[in-house]
Ligand binder design. Structure first.
Ligand code: PLP
Length: 477
């Protein structure tokens, strides 16, 4: 075993990993990367099939991102946002507010203020604490309630876990959490209200239902209102739920749900930690074909959230940085004389870190380049074309693509939708077979995730999907 692998085995505890399995085989030790390719300590190369766990946008070792970070490093790596402003974070805040604009550019931006933190979980913690305190200050609700979706994942800190509904991750910590409400998430492929028989197509396209998942949201709001314990905010991953299993929402769901939320005078918290910065594609609206297609999934349906949480791709996937955008209305509720103690008493050591902000600015510049817009469109189309070939495999039950995110749900037989027991590790076994063939990705349960960095070439996408097909054949032969 390589010396570095030995050190890892001896000292490192890996996230979301059964360490007994980990310790039973030699880990891949990555030493460098370029574009969509990772290289390990033995000189083997791999395609980065999940954009380094959903973070990487433009590829590894990008000259412009590297240069921007180096330039900032030559000035200062870090200074505190407690009591000081800094150059890149100020500019970044302005750029994020401009990008989050949903109304015509002439109108005042609805999301007007940016609170920086470190990762997706902290971005959600900020949104939750602000929304909670806003509801208490603005209304007669001593204990504001939150609503989130079945299968929701909003991070691993305790506030974010309270919003989450993945029993496997969250059950153990129940007593530590605050109570939240949960409502049916649209999951057309496994929806009990969908009366359509399985077809060889994305279940959203052939579903037969009465949008019971929309009615369920209205029902939950109405029920809590009748009980005198109204829901004050709903948290949603717009367009597609990631860790739930890459579960996309049918067109219109987000818009209708936002109308319900705002109709009940509640706030909408959009968790775009995964979907932000073009990852969910450009959508189908009029702006989708423009020179500057929307970068956020919530903009696909023209909705105006009260909070927008951003992380993963914010710095192009280079550095840990996150942002929570919110409205002037929320901001103003925290204004007052110091002695009123309305201050938002919250912050982190590395809040508004200049290196992260410089990387984020360089990433935004890249995203705006016509070459990048074109490359993302082509990649989205090409990924879709390649994925189509997977319908030939009986173990592919559903195949879901939203922009540059794809989830392939493995089943025992597509005709019955019979699921694999999680203990069978079907997703893991397929991903292990892919790794042996030089493609790295991780499953969520029985769903294999493909999330290519935007620099992935047509040949590489073809290899990504072909390798998945071969791996499925290897494992289920
Ligand atoms: C990854 C993720 C988070 C948590 O982000 P971390 O940076 O891992 O803390 C929150 N929400 C969504 C939708 C995510 O995909």
């Amino acid at each position: 075993m390589h010396n570095l692998a030995r050190l890892d085995h001896r000292y490192v505890w890996h996230p979301f990993t059964q360490m007994r399995d980990w310790l039973s085989r030699e880990p891949v030790v990555i030493v460098s990367g370029r574009g969509a390719v990772l290289r390990d300590v033995r000189g083997r190369e791999y395609l980065d099939g999940n954009a380094s766990i959903w973070t990487l946008l433009h590829g590894h070792n990008h000259p412009r991102l590297n240069a921007a970070i180096r330039r900032q490093l030559g000035k200062i790596a870090h200074c505190s946002a407690l009591g000081l402003a800094n150059e890149p974070a100020s500019v970044l805040a302005q750029r994020l507010v401009a990008l989050a604009q949903t109304a015509p550019p002439a109108a005042a931006p609805r999301l007007a203020k940016v609170f920086f933190s470190d990762d997706g979980s902290t971005a959600l913690e900020v949104a939750v604490k602000l929304s909670y305190e806003f509801a208490r200050r603005a209304g007669p609700h001593p204990s504001p309630r939150f609503l989130s979706l079945e299968g929701a994942y909003h991070g691993d800190t305790l506030g974010a876990v309270s919003l989450g509904h993945i029993a496997l991750f969250h059950r153990a910590y129940g007593p530590l959490l605050f109570p939240t409400d949960r409502v049916r998430a649209p999951y057309c492929y496994r929806c009990p209200f969908n009366r359509a028989r399985p077809e060889r197509a994305d279940a959203r396209t052939y579903r037969r239902c009465h949008e019971e998942c929309v009615a369920a949201v209205e029902h939950q709001f109405a029920r809590r209102r009748r009980q005198g314990r109204p829901i004050t905010a709903m948290v949603v991953e717009p367009r597609i739920q990631g860790a739930a299993g890459m579960i996309p929402q049918p067109d219109g769901w987000l818009r209708k749900v936002t109308e319900i939320v705002h109709g009940h005078h509640a706030q909408l918290i959009a968790d775009e930690v995964l979907t932000g910065f073009g990852r969910a594609g450009a959508g189908n609206g009029a702006r989708a074909r423009s020179k500057n297609p929307p970068l956020f999934a919530s903009q696909h349906e023209g909705i105006a959230p009260d909070f927008l949480a951003l992380a993963k791709g914010l710095t192009g996937g280079y550095l840990p940085m996150a942002a929570t955008l919110t409205t002037s209305e929320v901001f103003d509720a925290f204004l007052g004389d110091y002695s009123e103690f309305k201050t938002f008493f919250h912050g982190h050591s590395f809040t508004a870190n200049p290196l992260g902000a410089a990387a984020a600015l360089a990433s935004l510049d890249l995203l705006a380049r016509p070459e990048s817009v074109r490359a993302r469109r082509q990649l989205e189309r090409h990924l879709g074309e390649c994925l189509d070939s997977l319908w030939a495999l009986p173990q592919v039950g559903d195949l879901r693509q939203v922009g540059l995110i794809a989830g392939v749900e493995l089943v025992r037989d597509w005709r019955t939708r019979a699921a694999f027991d999680l203990r069978d590790r079907a997703g893991f076994r397929v991903c292990e077979a892919m790794a042996r063939r030089g493609v790295l990705t991780r499953p969520v349960g029985n769903v294999v995730v493909l999330m290519p960095p935007y620099c992935t070439t047509a040949t590489q996408v073809r290899r990504l999907v072909d390798t998945l097909a071969r791996a499925i054949r290897d494992v289920f032969a």
